[in-house]
Design a protein around this ligand. Sequence first.
Ligand code: WA2
Length: 268
Amino acid sequence: FRRAALHKAEEGLVCMCEERARMLQDQFAVSVNHVHALAILVATFHYDKLPPALDQDTFAAYAARTSFERPLLSGVAYAQRVVHTDRESFERQQGWIIKTMKHEPSSVQDEYAPVIYSQETISYIEGLDVMSGEEDRENILRARATGKAVLTSPFRLMSNHLGVVLTFPVYLVDLPEDAKVEDRVSATAGYLGGAFDVESLVENLLRQLAGNQELVVNVYDVTNHSNPLVMYGSEIPLATPSPSHTCMLDFGDPFRKHHMICRYRNKP
Ligand code: WA2
C-alpha cells in the first residue's frame, strides 16, 4: 500500500509540474509573439512613414489596449538607436537630454538607446538610455547582431522584482535571413522590448491552479549548468531530500536554457 501511495504521489507531481511548465511556456510564447508584432508596428508606422505616423500617446494607448495579449509582461517600450554625432539634434528635437538608468545625465558614449515610446505601466523608463544598464545593453547588442528575439539572464528589474528583459531589433530596411552582422548593426533603427515580471506575474499564474498550496515551484536559468540562476521561487533549502520533478522550458532564445523544478511542500 505504501509503495502504491508513493507511486501515486510521484505521478501527481509529474503531472502538476508538466501542466505548470506547459502553461508558463505557452504564456511566454504568446507574449513574445505579440512583442514581435509591436516591433513590426514601430517599423511600419514610425519608419516607413514620413513624418512618422506614431507618437508616445498613440503607442501608449495601443500598448495598453493590447496588454491582454502579453500576460507575463509588465510593460513594453521602444528605444531608438542614437549615435553620438546625432545626440545634440536628437535632444533638441525631443526637448530633453538623454539620462542613464541611474537618472543621471548621460556622459559621452559612442551610441545611446533612449526610450522614446513606453507603455504607461513602465513610464519610469521614458528618456532613459537602456544601453546604460548592463543586462539591457548585452541584450540590445545580441538582438541587433542576430535579428532575433533575445532574453537577459534573471535580474532585479527597475520595478525591483526579479525578471528578465525581452528585446527585438527594429531595422530601417528589410534584411535577408543571412545578413552579415555589420550590415545588421548599420541598419539598426532601435529596440522594442519589455519586462517579464516573473516574480509577480508567474506567482499570479500559479495561484490560479489547483494544487498550488501543496507544491513548491522553482524556475532556473541553467544556461551555465554549473551555475543555475533563480528566475522564480525562493531558494528554501529543503530539510530532507524530497522527490522532485524537473521539466525543460523553451522560452524561444536558443542561447538560454531554462528548467522548472517542482516538489511537494510537505513530504507525502
Ligand atoms: N524594461 C522595463 N523594466 C526594466 C528594463 C526594461 N528594459 N530593464 C530593467 N528594468 C526598451 O530592449 C529594449 C526594456 C528595454 C527595451
